[in-house]
Structure formats: C-alpha cells, structure tokens
Design a protein around this ligand. Structure first.
Ligand code: ADP
Ligand code: MG
Length: 644
C-alpha cells in the first residue's frame, strides 16, 4: 500500500509522469503546474496498464488522475469505445466528460460521450452509433445500452468507477457489478472513492486484479478548512457590501477579491484605494514582473487586498490571505474551487464569501453539489456594526500610540499646549479635531461615506433629463444632421490621409461605449466606418483615430455631435498628451475594448502618438483559457453533441 502525503515536494512535474507531449502542452495551457498528489501517485501505474484503487477526498484532482492516462493510451484511429467511466450522477458524468474534452483538446478527432438517464434515448442511440473513444455515464443508462446492444464494449481497454462510495450510497453497486461482468476480462480497472467502505473494498477485491492501492491522507483536503458563505445581492450595492465586509470581518488579514474581467480588477482596485484600502489589481494584462510585485506586496503586507481575475490568481500561495471574496460569481465550479483554494493555506483557516445575485442561485446550487459542501447564507454587517468596529479599532490605535515610546510624547504635547494657549481651547476639542482628521479616509461614522460617493454614471447620464422625455421631436441642442450630399462629399474626401488621434470629451465615466462613438461619427458625422480607427476609452475622455486632414468645419461639426446628451468635443490630441496615470500598473489604454478596435488599415501604421498608446497585444484567451472548449453547462454540451 502506498501512502502518499500531500506535500508538494512529492509532486513531480507532469512531464516526469510519462505523459505524451500533446497532453503536457494542454496542461500548461489549462494552468496546471504540478500534478496533485493523487495524480502523481496514480498516473504512472495507470499508464503502465495496472489496476488501481484510489482513495482521495473531493477536490484532489481524481478526474485528471484517470483521464490523462486514458487519453495517453487511446487508439484514436478506432472510434470504438476504449474507456468507460461510471459516475453516480448526471452532473458528474457531464463534468467528467467536459474534463476529458478539455484535456484532449489537442488530440485530433477525439470523441467523448456522456450518457445518462433522463436524456433522450433517440439522441443517445444516434451518438453511440457515430462512435466515441470514451463513454462517461451513469450505471442505469449504461446498462440499458449494453442490453440493447447499442453500446458495444468489446474493445474496452479501461473501466473507471468514479466516486465508488457515492455509487454505494445511491444503491448503484449491483448495477456497477453487472456492468463489470459485461466488459472484457482483460480490461484495466480503476476504482476511485473519497472514502473506502468495506462494501467498496469488496467490489474492488472481486473485480480488480492485484490493484495498486493509493491513498492520499484526508488531512490534505483544503476545502475542509475553508468556511464557505454567500451573501445574496439585494438592497445594498456590491461595492458597499464589499467594504462593509472588509471592515467588519474581524479576522481579516488579507483578501483576494475575484471579478470576471481585467477591467473590473482595475476599476474595483481604484475604488477601494480611493476609500483608503491598500488594494491593487492583478490581471493578465500586467507583465509577469508587475504581477510578481503585487503578490510580493501582498505577502509582505504592503497590500491587503488584491482584486484578481481567475487566471491571474491561479496558484497564488500567500498564507496571510484569510479571505477570498467572490465579488463576481465564477463561471463554473472549477473556477470556484481554484478561487477559494487561495485561502486556508499552510494549515490556516480561511473564509470564502460568494456574492450571489438572485438569478445566480442555480450556480450556487451547482457549486454546493460539486464541492459537496454546504455554503452558508450570511447577512451583511450593518452600518452600525461597521461603525462600532471602526471605533474600537480607532481606540486601540490611540492606546497603542500612547504606549509607543517612539511617538515622542513630549514634542507633541508641546505642540498641543501651544494650540491650547494660543486659542484658548480645551485639549478635548483639539483631540476631537485630530480624531476627525485621522479618520477622514475611513469615517468612524459610516453612512457618511455614502454621501461622498459620486452618483453612479448610470444615474448621472443614462437617462435623458426629464423635460426631454416629455418633449416631442428632436432634443433641443441637437446638431443638425448633415444632408445626404454633404455626407457623400465627406466620404472619400480623405482617402489617403494618415490617421491621427483625436480626443473626445466623453469617457467611461459618462457611460459611453465604442459603439456609440462609431455610431455618432458615422451617422451624424458622415465619416465612413473604414476611416474610424482605434478607439480607446478612459475614465473621463476617449480617443479615436481619424484621418488627419479633417477640415476645420467638419471638425467643428463633429465636436458638436451629442452623445449621451453631451457634445463629443472632438479635437486633435496634443502630441504630448498621455493617458492619465493608472493608479495601478497597466500603463496603456485598457485593453478590454479590443473587440471594438479596428485593426488593419490604421492600426498597423505607426505614428507619433503611438508612444503614449503602446501597441496592442493580440487578445489573449487569458480570462478563461479553457473557455470555448470547456464551459460546463449541460445545455451547451448537449447542443455541441447534437451538432456532431
Ligand atoms: P475530485 O474528482 O478529486 O473531486 P477534480 O478532479 O474534480 O477533483 O478536481 C478538482 C479541481 O482541481 C478541478 O477544478 C480541477 O481542474 C483542478 N485540478 C485538478 N488537477 C489539478 C492540477 N494538477 N493543478 C491545478 N488544478 C488541478
Ligand atoms: Mg471527482
């Protein structure tokens, strides 16, 4: 019996396990750096064709432990089922099938088919007739197909029983044994289970041949040390909720806050920093060096809060991260497991908080099912809670300062004495004024900070002013739309002109989108789309590339065009004008607008102002490397399968 501990020291890189190059490349893409302990222990045996009994808790990576060696051994030239994986539920069947598809993404013509009860027989029969290399299914339906002859297992090389204890609990063991008896005797068999009850051990004894026994100690489970809770987004906006949690969570040391987009990381980091938190963004647009610096700062306490995308935060191991906050719900359970695994490191306890909008409740349920852990509903701390806590922290700080010999009491009491004497004041009044100064960034009395919050752009700009709603006809100051002749004249007038960068007085804060800019310039300005180049949005202005030789008249007309009830204010950028310094790291324009930029005609011609606007990278699939291939929704999966 092999006893493996979960210490990363025994994990060897995947390459050393004997996996083929295509799979190694995919694993690198998927972001797996080292095999998990169960993977490190199982993969070589399974590659060698041995039977295996594997015991390891949920979330330890058992799927890849069997999927990778199966994929490595497939004969892709034959479409007959060579591997069968039995799972207790339809969800797991889909998940495992998705995992196969993800790991096999570089294997040409590979087909995996999930087969489970409740799905149309007609569809399944058709899919089975087309053939698949790997079948993943629930026992009942697999039995049906074996009996009907629609699933022929004579070429079966490997059979995996996933979640053995769960099969037992759900009463599937007899079905499983029946299936085992209807598959070729020379097959390889692997049985995985989170626990090893006697009945499962007996099944293994009856059907496995001299199995390798691998057990990963239960203490290695990370999920168990993490307290998982969720807050239903209602009433209070998410930013406010986040700050309340950051303020009121007593044992908060450092936190990683997950959002879905790169741009979201920067926006949230800026907002938190503006409210006095030591916060920074971490995303795939940042260079490796910058990312490492942020992580280093999080480690050494220069930063307390890192706002990250899934990919950028993958694998971060910072023991002081006490909290993971899922500000935006993850796209799938895998991402969730990765996220919360950033806390509870090095044997410490961790807290994971998930923000769930009412319409996201299904995802919450899916996560609970997949991690097999209940996620507990929590209420937000009230403003009073936050206030009480801030006051007590403040008092502690004052007392700590009094106790600090370095605080040079004589010097400061001298200054206070002077204020008292010069102004005939009471020391209490002065103390109160000082307290006010000290707390200005994070007011002790919460509720006040709301009044300082600017109204959200949506409220400020989205809705037309009241009188316009009731006015018929065109809004008052609307620039006259150029006539058709004029538009035609404008077109082609600058066919060979070199593009220049123009500034627009509206930016992200005004709620403007690249589409609206193109729309306004094309429809109202009569500028043909192909002359509109790269558009970059900044907080309070934007830039757009247009032909250099726009006439003064046209420029003035364009400047008057109203978008979101404000004039575009188009003008040439000052060559030296650079985008505002980002508080955090990314020095160029944000790249999330990339889909709207127009490469080609203009983008590839270098020009002066390019220095302020560094060349764009090709869009990376960073945000979700497995994305188009690996989303796990039964619907898309089925759709895709139907298309085949
Ligand atoms: P189990 O079957 O043991 O419950 P899974 O196979 O579902 O666990 O894996 C749990 C999570 O861990 C999944 O999100 C999976 O993508 C991830 N994972 C598995 N192996 C690795 C690895 N070597 N490195 C990083 N993540 C991994
Ligand atoms: Mg599993």
């Amino acid at each position: 019996m092999t006893e493996a501990s979960s210490s990363p020291a025994i994990s060897s890189p995947f390459a050393q396990l004997g996996l083929p190059a295509e799979l190694l490349a995919t694993l690198a893409e998927v972001g797996y750096e080292t095999p998990s302990p169960i993977q490190a222990a199982c993969i070589p045996h399974l590659l060698a064709g041995r039977d295996l009994l594997g015991e390891a808790q949920t979330g330890t990576g058992k799927t890849a432990a069997f999927a990778l060696p199966i994929l490595a051994r497939l004969d892709l030239s034959s479409p007959r089922p060579q591997a069968l994986v039995l799972t207790p539920t339809r969800e797991l069947a889909l998940q495992v099938a998705e995992a196969f598809a993800k790991y096999a993404h570089r294997l040409r013509n590979f087909h995996v088919l999930p087969i489970y009860g409740g799905q149309s027989m007609v569809i399944q029969l058709r899919q089975l007739a087309r053939g698949a290399h790997v079948i993943v299914g629930t026992p009942g339906r697999i039995m049906d197909h074996i009996e009907r002859g629609s699933l022929k297992l004579d070429a079966l090389a490997t059979l995996v029983l996933d979640e053995g204890d769960e099969m037992l609990r759900m009463g599937f063991i007899d079905d499983v044994e029946w299936i085992l008896e209807h598959t070729p005797e020379n097959r390889q068999t692997a049985l995985f289970s989170a626990t090893m009850p006697a009945a499962i051990r007996e099944v293994a004894h009856r059907h496995l041949r001299e199995p390798e026994e691998i057990r990963i100690r239960a203490a290695t489970s990370t999920v168990a040390k993490i307290r998982q809770c969720y807050w239903t987004v209602r009433g209070v906006d998410k930013l406010d909720a986040l700050t309340r949690i950051l303020d009121a969570e007593e044992r908060l040391d450092a936190a990683i806050v997950f959002v879905r987009t790169k741009i979201g990381t920067e926006e949230l980091a800026n907002k938190l920093a503006a409210r006095g938190y030591a916060a920074a963004a971490l995303n795939g647009d940042m260079t490796q060096g910058l990312r490492e610096r942020v992580i280093e700062q999080l480690k050494n306490g220069a930063l307390d809060i890192v706002i990250a995308t899934d990919v950028a935060a993958r694998g971060i191991d910072v023991p002081r991260v006490s909290h993971v906050i899922n500000y935006d719900i993850p796209y799938d359970t895998e991402a969730y497991v990765h996220r919360i695994g950033r806390t509870g490191r090095a044997g410490r306890e961790g807290v994971a908080i998930l923000f769930v909008a009412p319409r996201e409740r299904r995802m919450l349920k899916t996560i609970e099912r997949a991690t097999r852990q209940p996620i507990e509903a929590i209420a937000l701390p009230t403003r009073e809670d936050v206030s009480t806590l801030r006051i007590s922290q403040f008092k502690r700080k004052v007392l700590d300062t009094l106790a600090n010999p370095d605080a040079a009491p004589d010097f400061f009491t001298g200054v206070i004495d002077e204020i008292v004497e010069e102004n005939d004041l009471d020391a209490r009044e002065i103390a109160a004024a000082l307290a006010y100064l000290v707390q200005a960034e994070r007011p002790l009395r919460t509720g006040e900070d709301d009044s300082q919050e600017p109204p959200t752009p949506a409220r400020r700009y989205d809705r037309p002013p009241r009188e316009e709603i009731f006015t018929t006809g065109a809004p008052r100051e609307r620039a006259p739309r150029p006539g058709r002749e004029e538009i035609l004249a404008r077109r082609g007038a600058f066919a060979d002109s070199k593009p220049r960068r123009y500034r627009i007085a509206l930016g992200r804060d005004h709620g403007i989108t690249p589409k609206e800019i193109v729309g306004a310039l094309a429809n109202e300005g009569g500028i043909e789309g192909r002359f509109i180049g790269q558009i970059d949005l900044f907080d309070d202005f934007s830039t757009v590339e247009l032909p250099a030789d726009l006439s003064a008249d046209l420029l003035a007309a364009l400047a008057r065009i109203l978008v979101r009830h404000r004039p575009l204010g188009l003008r040439l950028t000052d060559e030296n004008e650079s985008p505002p310094a980002r508080r955090f790291h990314s020095s160029g324009p944000r790249r999330d607008e990339r889909p709207f930029t127009k490469p080609g005609r203009h983008a590839d011609r270098g020009h002066e102002s390019d220095r302020a606007f560094p060349p764009r990278k090709k869009p990376s699939r960073d945000e979700y490397p497995g994305a188009p291939k690996g989303r796990k929704h039964a619907k898309t999966w089925e759709k895709r399968q139907k298309k085949r």
